[in-house]
Design a protein around this ligand. Sequence first.
Ligand SMILES: Cc1cc2nc3c(=O)[nH]c(=O)nc-3n(C[C@H](O)[C@H](O)[C@H](O)COP(=O)(O)OP(=O)(O)OC[C@H]3O[C@@H](n4cnc5c(N)ncnc54)[C@H](O)[C@@H]3O)c2cc1C
Length: 308
Amino acid sequence: MIDIREEVKLASFTTFDIGGNARYFVEIGNLDELEEAIAFAKEKEIHYFVLAGGSNVLFSDSGFDGLVIKIANDSMVMHGGEIICGAGTDLMGFLTFVSDNELTGGENLAGIPGSVGGAVRGNAGAFGTEMKDIVKEVHVYNAEIGKTTVFTNEQCEFTYRNSFFKKNPQYIIISVTFHFELGNKGEIDKAMYNTIAKRNSKQIQNIKSAGSWFVNPTVDDRVQKMFELDTGQKSHGGRVPAGWLLQSCNVFQKRIGDIQAGVQHANYFINMGKGTAEQALQLSTLAKTRVRDEFGVQLKEEVVLAGF
Ligand SMILES: Cc1cc2nc3c(=O)[nH]c(=O)nc-3n(C[C@H](O)[C@H](O)[C@H](O)COP(=O)(O)OP(=O)(O)OC[C@H]3O[C@@H](n4cnc5c(N)ncnc54)[C@H](O)[C@@H]3O)c2cc1C
């Protein structure tokens, strides 16, 4: 039996620490509970929103006028060289489990906040590794028709920070099967430690933020060349860092209310204290306008906006 609570403050469930109340809020630990939660939303004819680690989401100041379903199934089972993991499992906890089992392949992902399911949905990645590199199968629940399905890696249609599930939010990830190579625990731990050290040197991690605000956009040759000339770096896949575009338009450290475009890096919007969703959206609009005027590039939020 699920425990549906009313008027639950959402801010504390997000790393940005912003957001009003959910009209209804429930934590689910397994498929039966998820089905029950969806049935509740259908019966009440209200919208639902799937929330996991809350590290890539901005809730509106007025909250979410529906049911927020927090994915909290966090089992991990080892089966041969494969691990089957509940979608609500903390990604870092999962990677530690992988290392404890002397399996290699996920070291570059160490330190990405949030859950396994959230990371698969957004094909989260860092330092050249993405979730797509370690996922074997994804077990999902289609909330529209009430059926479960298994997706192979190929069927997940992973691309840069994108997947089939991101484009089709009626598919809720329940669990994920991963495959790895056997490795050496000492080397795996060292690589994970180095990854986290690199992350800390690039961007302070323990701040109130939702990670990268904008997706790195695909741009035309002219802007790619400008980026390469300015930084001496190559652009990859026709993309340039959103942070570079923002920096070039003097958005770095621009502040509206308590929301600031970065401390070390302009593409991390930071809640410096009592920031609001309204202020974050104003800063986002200002940044998009400047980049569009200067470069003719349309930035798109990576962070998910909910309740607006
Ligand atoms: C300090 C910081 C650093 C970060 N660094 C990185 C980085 O290096 N690389 C990177 O890729 N990202 C990074 N991020 C962004 C974020 O951590 C990832 O996007 C993460 O994978 C989101 O997972 P989550 O569980 O927190 O998802 P949430 O924020 O809870 O949700 C995000 C979206 O995923 C959906 N979702 C969540 N769980 C499920 C599920 N089970 N089924 C279907 N949909 C689901 C939600 O509905 C929502 O639309 C960073 C964020 C922060 C705050």
